[in-house]
Design a protein around this ligand. Structure first.
Ligand code: SF4
Ligand code: SF4
Length: 399
């Protein structure tokens, strides 16, 4: 018998358990203490039949089929909160939960709304089902013209990977246009891929569609390879995570930064341009894939503190303990399903915390968040005056 096998496992459970060791630090699963820290911190653990710790205990008992028959894995929003508190450094989000979702997909146990997003991604290269030809339509009418690499025909310092929601979602397009304004104000030499850009695929991967992720990554890799650029920047922490941590294993290796890391390097230039936009109290929400997954906590705060008139206040859960907005890891495409099971929206909890700080503005740094938090602010008691803005918008407003 091979090392690490347990004789009473069913062949299916055995294969699944072994596959968990392939993820970085995956073998740590054998050291699980059953302390339940992971289940305790999980935002939707209270409605899961199998939160991570219990899933591990069932695996140890040689039983996994029941996990695949339950739909509790679809309550996982891939928020990395469990990873953050695990004393044994077990890769619960990228390993156990993501692999379990892959098995759910193979078993055909998949909520309909998620299925649509995955089918759209396969057919159109984005989960919104929009035409790839319209990917740069957010730029129509902007002055100067937004530089598209295919037309530019020269190397640039920065390739701006725009992303799905920043390209297509009407609310997030406002942020995209504000970022364009900022890059121009700073005199950055940049270009975008336009219709040649596809979804980064990270949320599809975390929702269990590894094959689709690889197809999308390869399409982007092919587009990158046509052009010369110094580095990639993106406003989307999910795209950032994919390009930084997942694409290199597929041979697609480029330097990449989230826009907060990029702009903070230009802080002196930005400060010279900022006039302020009046006094305001601002609280900042750490996105899971910028904070916990990639440890970027200071750059967003430094940018906010550079804006004249802004007083930065922290919510009760901040930095490593930030509460998930519910959109990551496919959560964006499971809102209805999760609402039906839990009767809760994670974005409501976050907006409630933001309103409790008496902030005027909830600042964010992820394109999933403005639409989610603005929706929540309409219904959460005491949050009706809370304004939701990406840091990009606050900077552009203060120019
Ligand atoms: S936090 Fe880590 S060690 Fe504790 S039960 Fe969860 S997986 Fe096991
Ligand atoms: S990643 Fe988040 S939602 Fe998923 S199991 Fe861990 S704590 Fe729960």
């Amino acid at each position: 018998m091979a090392a690490n096998t347990i004789s009473h496992f069913s062949p299916f459970t055995q294969e699944f358990y072994q596959s968990l060791f392939d993820v970085a630090d995956g073998e740590n699963i054998k050291t699980c203490l059953q302390c339940a820290n992971c289940s305790g911190v999980c935002p939707l653990g209270y409605v899961m039949d199998f939160p991570p710790g219990r899933m591990i205990s069932w695996l140890r008992a040689g039983i996994f089929d029941e996990v695949v028959e339950s739909d509790s894995v679809w309550m996982c929003v891939s928020c990395y909160a469990c990873v953050e508190v695990c004393p044994k450094n077990i890769p619960l989000t990228p390993g156990l939960m993501t692999r379990a979702k892959e098995e759910m997909l193979l078993a055909g146990n998949i909520p309909t709304e998620l299925q649509s997003a995955l089918e759209f991604s396969q057919r159109y290269g984005n989960p919104l089902g929009e035409s790839p030809r319209k990917r740069a339509e957010w730029a129509n009418g902007l002055e100067p013209e937004v530089p598209i690499m295919r037309k530019l025909k020269r190397p640039v310092d920065v390739l701006w990977f725009v992303g799905d929601y920043p390209s297509y979602h009407p609310r997030v397009q406002q942020t995209t246009r504000a970022f364009f304004k900022l890059l121009n104000a700073l005199g950055i030499d940049f270009g975008i891929l336009g219709p040649e850009e596809s979804s980064d695929g990270d949320s599809q991967r975390l929702a269990g569609e590894r094959g689709l992720f690889e197809v999308l990554a390869e399409k982007n890799g092919k587009a990158f390879s046509k052009y010369e650029f110094g580095e990639i920047i993106t406003t989307d922490p999910h795209a950032y995570n994919a390009l930084k941590n997942e694409y290199p294993a597929l041979g697609i290796k480029y330097p990449v930064r989230h826009y907060t890391e990029f702009l903070v390097e230009h802080l002196d230039g930005i400060k010279a341009l900022l006039k302020g936009n009046g006094e305001m109290r601002v609280t900042y929400h750490d996105p899971c894939y910028l904070g916990r997954a990639n440890s970027v906590y200071d750059a967003p705060r430094e940018l906010l503190e550079a804006i004249p008139g802004i007083e930065l206040v922290e919510m009760e859960h901040n930095r490593t303990t930030s509460l998930c907005c519910g959109g990551g890891g496919g959560g964006m495409w499971l809102d209805g399903f999760q609402w039906e099971k839990s009767g809760a929206r994670l974005s409501d909890w976050r907006v409630k915390e933001a309103a409790d700080t008496q902030a005027d503005v909830l600042a964010v740094a992820c394109p999933y968040e403005p639409p989610r938090f603005e929706d929540a602010a309409k219904t959460v008691a005491g949050a009706d005056k809370l304004i939701v803005k990406d840091i990009i918008e606050l900077l552009a407003d203060a120019l």
